[in-house]
Write a protein that binds this ligand. Sequence first.
Ligand SMILES: O=C(O)c1ccccc1NCC(=O)[C@H](O)[C@H](O)COP(=O)(O)O
Length: 273
Amino acid sequence: MATVLDDINAGVWEDMEARKRLVSLADLKDLAAAAAPARDAWSALGGTAVQRDQLKVIAEIKRRSPSKGDLASIVDPAALAEQYADGGAAVISVLTEQRRFNGSLADLDAVRARVDVPLLRKDFTLDEYQIWEARAHGADLILLIVASLSDSQLREFSALSRELGMNVLVETHTEEEIERAVAAEARIIGVNVRNLKTLDVDRSVFASLAGLIPAEALVIAESGVRGVDDVTHYAANGANAILVGEALVSDATPRDRIAEFTAAGAAAIAARA
Ligand SMILES: O=C(O)c1ccccc1NCC(=O)[C@H](O)[C@H](O)COP(=O)(O)O
């Protein structure tokens, strides 16, 4: 039986085929060559050892989701990104998938034009076309979901992203997926506590899997942050960064929330040392 992720990916393919008819890969490559060089998301997320005493926040621009429906209208994604940057977000994630999340590459363009913070193009990457697209639209980091890709795709898409100067967030949800991410030499590994096949959110998944990620890699806790207790849980169990969507887009003062999460994370990391 098809999973939620299968259905999302089928729609992503269809939408991408439509975009390919409008913008050729050759044109995208020209646009990517003309774009400003990618920003260093690895360092922004604390890649250097000296910064690993902090918990970084990847703040997401997310209008709707398969699990929750409409979350926020976000008429001006660039204004929201500015608030995220002011609050101290290390990276801003822009969900560009259209059918289920109501995002777009236009959102990415608008945010890129307004903030200097490294940007994650958050989409369901299935083809190298999307990687060129990400770079052409100013992304610095892309997402590869292990559950959607073969080992050779993981390697090839990672290599292409690196050639274009971008970093890769490799997303996992199981022990086997972490093994595959490590085998693909991923340096930024996310554990999504949301099972993308069923949409169940189980925060304990992070604690059981984070320790399997090699110390050289950055560990990102994805999904399920609703308040400071969740932040503390992730930081205490080895997160270098958290990826937060719903809690920020539905908050009246996301700038303050990011600052609060950062402080709570630093306290939990200090306590674990
Ligand atoms: O959010 C969903 O319902 C969802 C469903 C299927 C595939 C992906 C989905 N979300 C993508 C994400 O990973 C989250 O947007 C991200 O981790 C932030 O999660 P949250 O803070 O819980 O909004």
